[in-house]
Design a protein around this ligand. Sequence first.
Ligand code: ADE
Ligand code: ZN
Length: 331
Amino acid sequence: MKEFITQMPKVELHLHIEGSLEPELMFKLAQRNKVDLPYSTVEEVKTAYKFGNLQDFLDIYYAGCNVLIHEQDFYEMTLAYFQKAKEQNILHAEIFFDPQSHTDRGIALETVVNGIRRAMKEAEAWGISSGLILSFLRHLSEEAAIEVLMAAEPMKDEFIAVGLDSSEVGNPPQKFETVYNIAAKQGYLKVAHAGEEGPAQYIWDSLSLLKIDRLDHGNRSMDDEDLLLELKNRNMGLTLCPLSNLKLQVVKDLRNHPVKKMLDLGLKVTINSDDPAYFGGYMNENFIATTEALNLSKEDLKKLTQNAVDVSFADTGRKVELLKLIDSYFN
Ligand code: ADE
Ligand code: ZN
């Protein structure tokens, strides 16, 4: 099964590009840019990567962002992700970036976007299609999110959607209703993290107030049968992240992960890596660990991969191409 998963064509819909920054590259950039890190060896970093909850992780993740300064840094980080994606047979990826983690340190938005987009275009030549999602930090104000959206307007064509991430509990969807309305008027698709640590109500509110086109995580919908039905009726895509959930103690054991139950309920669930450099695995590792824990069948793997294509923001032609490749792999 491991070999089967490794060779399987894959689509990734929930990946924070800053969360793909491996310790080795972090050290290299820290040295090049003369930025101090609170660790001196890769081993020390790996020991520091033990998280009790989402906030423990975010504190370390934002500190890691400080080494990213020049366009070349964003390019190298993104290219490293796509090299991994190529190795793992990922054919399409929709990736988040957190502009405010950089603009708040005085880095120009263009620097960040140009570096990331340059690597995305290079990956396109290797046959990997991708899209970039501009994500607002929910622990900051809505005014700050509106500022980012305005600053991004001249480069609007570089993005496929807006998103919402960072500390969930205490920063509910209604805080961002206005900025999501403006983004909708500008023609953006919309996604949001909800129900990772926050309650099912945050998922309801992301549907009704933010009018999301796809739901990131959504684990806590398992607490609310009416919500599960609503998600199913809407054909709403859910981007689940099993190893992330394990590392951030959203689930205590992967055997308790809801992905299989959701799949059996007919929800449009997908498997993704979230922040692979921090959570011990990219797509292959997520699929392998989940398959072992939940005894997923080849039929389940096929459905998960088809779901990812269906709920992706790829154009119709690309979707048809991807579905054909999946079909021929599984037949
Ligand atoms: N930013 C990066 N990874 C995240 C996650 N899993 N949840 C919320 N914000 C994030
Ligand atoms: Zn995430």
